[in-house]
Design a protein around this ligand. Structure first.
Ligand SMILES: *Cc1c(COP(=O)(O)O)cnc(C)c1O
Length: 446
């Protein structure tokens, strides 16, 4: 381990890390395309796009240049009472790219803040119209929406927030019909979930502010896929009761689902959508909460009381906006679209191979995201899943299992050769894992 890793340990506290158990962090010196390089020059293929943000790979020169040039002109300006070109052009571009009906872009800093803004928008939307009794939110079992308090309340059924449960405002949770390849029960599961939701709406629709969902795939709880059919049926139900729908597309946005957005792929029309992660191509923290016109209209009034009194110091940071504009430009190139199609096809082909292995369960895919379960009993952050992560790292692959779920979510620039080679390694490792050879191996435990 490098000196830097040791200095890190003396001075830094890392996210989602049990420092007593974890190995020293890997010090990364540089990145290029789909690869990261450590201090010794060892290469790691980044198969999780560095926590799902890095859609075009690392150190993309076009985005780097856009940030540099913007920094020489204007690095930041207060966004209340002021504006600037990158923020305006980015909002226009996003509205063009999103399905029809969206009309206003509210900027913030990250996925969690984009969800907080959505919650406040939906809640105050009703308040402003004299419907202050709408205090309930409906989320989905297993959903994850970020680590701030509103977002934690929405995601309280995910496994991460037990310590804080007494502090969270109450949110109701509907069953989520997760599915996978060859799942014969899915129509039945969807019917059950929809029946539950209909019963809930009948009882509570006058108290309900909004429904929030990660459309097509619940990411952090284990890459749990649902079908478009479910989202369409959910939307129909919500509309019949006049309930707002919030899509948390923080992870699914910007090509991940193989469409620009999951709502586009599903053919649905949420009232509010949250976008972050891939927005700047992984260069800078920036997020947006985009709403339909009727939401915005409900905030117009003679008094500040009706306004959305929310903002962050770095709202609509020009460098972030410039990075996002460059990232969108790359996303729209033919070569990128072709890459997204190739990744999607390779996932499909290789998941079929994996699904034939003993001990591999529930292969599933949503565009450029592929996942499967290893048939063992283990949970998020367990020693076993950390050991698996280290095994993959030793093979030069950055893969971060979520408990027993192994997933591949590569940057779009990954070459077919690299992706196929990575799958061969994954298949080899999984064969050994499921034969038990590595379970007890002391060299991998921490
Ligand atoms: C990551 C994530 C968030 C939180 O985003 P941060 O930028 O980490 O705050 C919210 N929702 C979903 C679906 C996510 O995947």
């Amino acid at each position: 381990m490098s000196i830097l890793s040791q200095r890190d340990q003396a001075a830094v506290w890392h996210p989602f890390t049990q420092h007593q158990m974890s190995s020293l962090p890997l010090a990364i010196k540089r990145g290029q395309g789909a690869y990261l390089f450590d201090q010794q020059g060892k290469a790691y293929l980044d198969l999780i796009s560095s926590w799902w943000v890095n859609i075009h790979g690392h150190a993309h020169p076009l985005i780097a240049k856009a940030i540099y040039e913007q920094a020489l002109r204007l690095e930041h300006v207060i966004f209340a009472g002021f504006t600037h070109e990158p923020a305006v052009v980015l909002a226009e571009k996003l509205l063009n790219l999103l399905p029809a009906g969206f009309s206003k872009v509210f900027y913030s800093d990250n996925g969690s803040t984009s969800v907080e803004v959505a919650i406040k928008m939906a809640y105050q939307y009703w308040h402003n119209q004299g419907e202050g009794q709408r205090q309930r939110f409906l989320a989905f079992s297993g959903g994850y929406h970020g680590d701030t308090f509103g977002a934690m309340a929405m995601g309280r059924s995910s496994q991460f927030f037990e310590h804080f449960s007494d502090l969270l405002f109450s949110v109701d949770h509907a069953p989520y019909p997760a599915t996978w390849t060859g799942d014969e029960q899915i129509a039945e599961k969807e019917n059950q979930a929809l029946l539950w939701i209909e019963g809930y709406l009948q009882q509570y629709h006058r108290e309900l502010a909004a429904i929030i969902i990660e459309p097509l795939i619940q990411a952090a709880s284990g890459m749990r896929v649902c079908r478009s059919e479910f989202l369409l049926a959910l939307e129909k139900l919500a509309r019949s009761y006049n309930i707002l729908i919030i899509y948390d597309e923080v992870m699914t946005g910007f090509g991940r689902s193989a469409a620009n957005f999951a709502c586009e792929k599903a053919g649905t029309h949420p009232d509010i959508i949250c976008l972050a992660k891939g927005l700047t191509g992984g260069f800078l923290p920036l997020a947006v909460t985009v709403c339909q016109e009727h939401i915005y209209q409900a905030f117009l009034h003679e008094s500040i009381n009706h306004a959305l009194v929310h903002g962050h110091s770095y709202t609509a940071n020009p460098l972030g906006c410039a990075a996002a504009l460059a990232s969108l430009e790359i996303l729209e190139q033919q070569a990128t679209l072709q890459q997204i199609r190739s990744i999607t096809a390779t996932h499909q082909e290789m998941l079929a191979v994996l699904s034939a292995l003993p001990g591999v369960e529930k292969t599933r895919q949503c565009g450029t995201m592929a996942a499967f379960d290893i048939a063992v009993n283990t949970t998020y952050g367990s020693k076993l899943s950390q050991a698996w992560r280290n095994i993959f790292l030793e093979h030069g692959l950055l893969i971060r299992p979520l408990g027993k779920v192994i997933y591949l979510l590569p940057p779009y620039c990954i070459s077919q050769e690299d992706l196929r080679k990575a799958y061969m390694t994954v298949i080899d490792v999984v064969k050994k894992l499921t034969q038990g050879e590595m379970h007890a191996s002391s060299s991998y435990s921490e």
